[in-house]
Design a protein around this ligand. Structure first.
Ligand SMILES: [Mg+2]
Ligand SMILES: [Zn+2]
Length: 176
């Protein structure tokens, strides 16, 4: 199967240093929504792996998070596409969980869900934690310049990281 794994904040929707705490604060990047729909229509499965420590911090609840993901699914569906598994880590940095990136737990979860090997699968993110999670499981680390991407790019990147302007550019590369 053609599987592509995406970080959420800064890749699919605008990032915020103040957390994204409500559906109103979840602002999709229109070209990213279109890119997901295009990839999906071309037979790609699009999964998401997102750190959401704002839940552990009490900034928003699971129902709010699910409303954002329902909106995401709805926007992509309007363009004839589909979003696959959305894995999220609700824990905080001190919880010692296995899912908070740069730990690769959510990538394992996605691999188990689809029963595929992660080796060589592209994982697209905007932070160093995304790239490190990808490397931990032999995914291909891909950095986009949206969200915190420019900040991440200001420091040395792991060898072999691919860099694109945004998710639309990733889709343009992957699609004929
Ligand atoms: Mg991000
Ligand atoms: Zn976690």
């Amino acid at each position: 199967m053609k599987l592509l794994i995406l970080d959420r904040d800064g890749v699919i929707n605008e990032d915020s240093d103040a957390y994204i705490k409500s559906l109103d604060e979840w602002i999709p990047i229109p070209s990213a929504i279109a890119a997901i729909a295009r990839l999906s229509r071309a037979g790609w499965t699009i999964a998401v792996a997102t750190n959401q420590s704002g839940i552990a911090r009490g900034y928003y609840d699971l129902a709010t998070l699910e409303s954002m993901h329902a909106r995401l699914r709805e926007l992509v569906a309007e363009q004839g596409g589909e979003v696959g598994l959305i894995a999220y880590c609700p824990h905080g940095p001190d919880d010692g969980c296995e899912c908070r990136k740069p730990k690769p737990g959510m990538l394992w979860q996605i691999a188990a869900h689809y029963d595929v090997s992660l080796s060589g699968i592209w994982f697209v993110g905007d932070t160093r934690g995304d790239l490190d999670a990808a490397l931990a499981v032999d995914c291909q680390p891909v950095l986009v310049k949206t969200g915190k991407g420019e900040r991440t790019l200001a420091k040395p990147l792991p060898e072999g990281t691919l860099v694109f302007d945004d998710l639309a550019a990733v889709a343009a590369h992957l699609l004929p």
